[in-house]
Design a protein around this ligand. Structure first.
Ligand code: ZN
Length: 370
């Protein structure tokens, strides 16, 4: 146990040295902060994140340094033709899946996912060894490569043919026509169940959002025990006045099987307990809606454990290291507890009793909705 903690600490320290030395001009991860919105330019902010070209290079590098442990598959193409990658690592019988950045301007989870793939592929830590032995981990680091590019950096995919928003008709798109679709409204396992198909079957005989379809197809093929969806939200203050670093939520559509809800709640308990150890972290409950077409509910309806994680976002680049670390910690604890079996011992009801409401908005950024 002690050795494992030391090992994880050493991994974390290596990462902090790396990001502080290479990606940024100084060490930005300090206990308890920084929490305020820091003055920054959009360019400064975006420079700190991996663009598509860098993502492709990073994937090649991870594949090489892992000596074949991490393999990447292309699970589909974005609307503009960029590849959507899924890293696969581990030899275990149990499949799990993590995906990030459905919304292009919500980037922290992707940086954590790339670091996790690197560590899963090359770390000799007992924790990572056990994860590789017990699980086969699937990670999609960035589902929305078009919307994530620095010259776009918006919520939607990029589609000049996308109509303007009209949710009553099934158009979960930008408020302006010709911008793009909200990928996280198109996770229909059966397209004929969709509101868009019901209203416009001739115009939309198939799902018009290739990124969402790529994840649905990959999930059908892998059939993971659970799937986790990483986003960013704005800045919130918890009911007792603490800065919220992430809000989490399980499926709440009424038709999601009870087993899937309970497994999702156990994953949330694991994250809550892990982050409550740290002074800098405050985890609350995301006030998510019950609509069936968002990933959290769609994959829950298929019987999978399914969790949404909303990391604090919309703030300056000086907090990036802390927020990426936060995302990484939450990813690792879910893998670790699944691999060692302790996940299934957790009491799912604790999440209803112990997780505070999200709290009140304190930032000027938004809306960063699920
Ligand atoms: Zn989002």
């Amino acid at each position: 146990m002690y050795k494992r903690v030391l090992c994880l600490l050493a991994c974390a320290l290596m990462f902090l040295l790396l990001v502080s030395g290479l990606a940024f001009a100084g060490p930005y991860v300090t206990p308890g902060g920084p929490f305020l919105t820091e003055p920054t330019t959009q360019d400064d902010f975006l420079d700190a994140f991996t663009d598509y070209e860098q993502l492709v290079n990073r994937i090649e590098q991870i594949e090489q340094t892992s000596n074949g442990r991490v393999k990447f598959e292309v699970i589909g193409q974005s609307n503009q033709g960029r590849d959507i990658f899924m890293g696969v690592v581990g030899e275990g019988d149990k499949n799990v899946l993590i995906h990030t950045q459905q919304h292009g301007n919500e980037p922290h989870g992707t940086e954590a996912a790339l670091r996790l793939l690197q560590d899963l592929g090359s770390s000799g830590c007992p924790t990572f060894r056990q994860i590789r032995e017990e699980l086969t981990v699937h990670i999609v680091p960035r589902l929305n490569p078009d919307g994530s590019e620095p010259d776009v950096f918006h919520r939607f995919n990029v589609d000049p043919d996308a109509p303007a928003r009209n949710t009553a008709e099934g158009f979960w798109t930008s408020w302006w026509e010709g911008v793009g679709w909200d990928i996280n409204r198109y996770h229909w396992f059966d397209w004929e169940d969709s509101d868009l198909y019901a209203n416009h079957p001739d115009d939309y005989p198939e799902n018009p959002v290739p990124e969402a379809q790529a994840l649905i197809d990959a999930t059908k093929e892998v059939m993971p025990e659970w799937t986790i969806d990483f986003h960013n939200q704005g800045s919130y203050s918890s009911p007792d006045g603490k800065m919220v670093t992430s809000s989490i939520m399980w499926p709440n559509h009424p038709d999601v099987p009870e087993d899937a809800v309970n497994l999702s709640k156990q994953l949330c308990v694991a994250m809550m307990d892990q982050m409550n150890q740290y002074g800098y972290a405050e985890v609350t409950r995301y006030p998510g809606s019950a609509i069936p077409n968002i990933a959290r509910n769609a994959y829950g309806l298929e019987g999978l454990g399914s969790v949404l994680v909303e990391i604090r976002g919309g703030i300056g680049h000086k907090s990036i290291g802390m927020l990426v670390q936060h995302s990484y910690e939450q990813m690792v604890v879910m893998l670790e507890k699944t691999a060692d079996g302790s996940l299934y011992e957790l009491d799912p009801d604790r999440i209803d009793e112990e997780l505070p409401e999200r709290g009140t908005t304190i930032g000027s950024y938004g809306p960063y909705i699920e």
